[in-house]
Design a binder for this molecule. Structure first.
Ligand code: EAX
Length: 325
């Protein structure tokens, strides 16, 4: 009958609407290597809240912490082929994809957090995000890992001479490796998810990371000594896959950028908090902390590594950063 047709038609329409809504809620994966109580994870929470609110539930954010989607280099590759939607990564392996970012990895480039954040939030940071965008990746916002400090299991390190001869895991970053070589350290590049076991098994004597990472990835469990060298600022960046990006409207792209910025702010606040509170926490956990480091000695030791950068990339970006002080 006609009535039946109307009822069936209505039911069909309701079903169609329901499945349309289900389809419309798009899941967005966020990968990172640190734990689910880390500074990155605090940033993911803010990103999630902001994006889900701005999009009124159109996007649902799902976090994959602790290297669940691989190390940082592998995740960046995942973005390029579209198997991961977004990633928070240090600049560690990024220079392999976007060489312009190597400038940020030079030791003792930034004197403090304010300066680093200011440069990344300014024209230099924007230009580098644009460069990232020219390499089959999308740079959403600069966020933060923090100043890196040296840990090891052999002896308390107070001077570059103390560090000489140690086998230290570094990121897969040629600027970092060059700096450590100048210090007389034997750099061993390795993806972060392999680090804990490598320290535990003694494959390497030590590593270097910000306080937030040393604390929340439990590296203190397998390291005896921490030296507050602050030898290099470690930027982080939130990246998106071009596969995701190309399917978004301009409005949606704006939401992602705004959410990434909110995430970065939350992460920076957490890095700042842990920079002091985290050191106390590590002492309580039994780590011997060498606090009064004469940084100028380390700075002098690694200075020759700057030519590794300038020989290949010139000094224009370096000058821009120095002049924006
Ligand atoms: O981005 O590889 C590292 O040591 C990084 O600092 C860590 O993955 C967080």
């Amino acid at each position: 009958t006609a009535l039946n047709t109307v009822i069936v038609g209505l039911a069909g329409a309701t079903l169609a609407t329901a499945s349309f809504n289900a389809l419309a809620a798009q899941t967005v994966s966020v990968g990172h290597t640190t734990s689910d109580n880390s500074h990155y994870s605090v940033g993911v929470d803010a990103f999630k809240k902001t994006l889900e609110k701005l999009s009124d539930g159109e996007f649902v954010v799902e976090e994959y912490p602790s290297g669940a989607l691989g190390g940082e280099r592998a995740m960046i590759e995942g973005l390029q082929i579209g198997t991961i939607d977004t990633v928070i990564t240090s600049t560690g392996p990024l220079g392999n994809f976007v060489p312009e970012t190597y400038v940020l990895d030079l030791p003792f480039l930034f004197a403090n957090y304010d300066q680093a954040r200011c440069v990344l939030d300014g024209p230099v940071g924007q230009d580098l995000l644009d460069k990232i965008g020219e390499n089959n990746l999308v740079g959403l916002a600069w966020t933060e890992n923090g100043f890196r400090h040296l840990t090891n299991n052999v002896r308390p390190v107070k001077t570059p001479e103390d560090a000489a001869g140690l086998k230290i895991r570094t990121m897969e970053n040629k600027m970092h490796m060059a700096a450590f070589e100048e210090m007389g350290v034997r750099p061993t590049p390795m993806a972060f998810p392999e680090l804990f076991t490598a320290l535990q098994q003694g494959t390497v004597d030590g590593q270097e990371n910000p306080i937030s990472v040393i604390l929340t990835s439990n590296l203190w469990e397998v390291q005896d000594y921490l030296s507050l060298t602050g030898h290099v600022y470690s930027p982080a960046v939130m990246l998106a896959s071009p596969v995701l990006w190309d399917g978004l409207s301009e409005e949606e792209k704006g939401w992602f950028k705004q959410a990434a910025k909110a995430g970065a702010e939350a992460t920076r606040a957490e890095v700042s908090r842990l920079e002091t509170e985290g050191v106390e926490a590590l002492k309580e956990k039994g780590v011997e902390v060498v606090e009064n480091i004469d940084k100028s000695q380390f700075q002098q030791a690694v200075e020759p590594s700057y030519s590794v950068y300038t020989d290949q990339y010139g000094s224009k970006m370096l000058d821009r950063i120095r002049n924006s002080e």
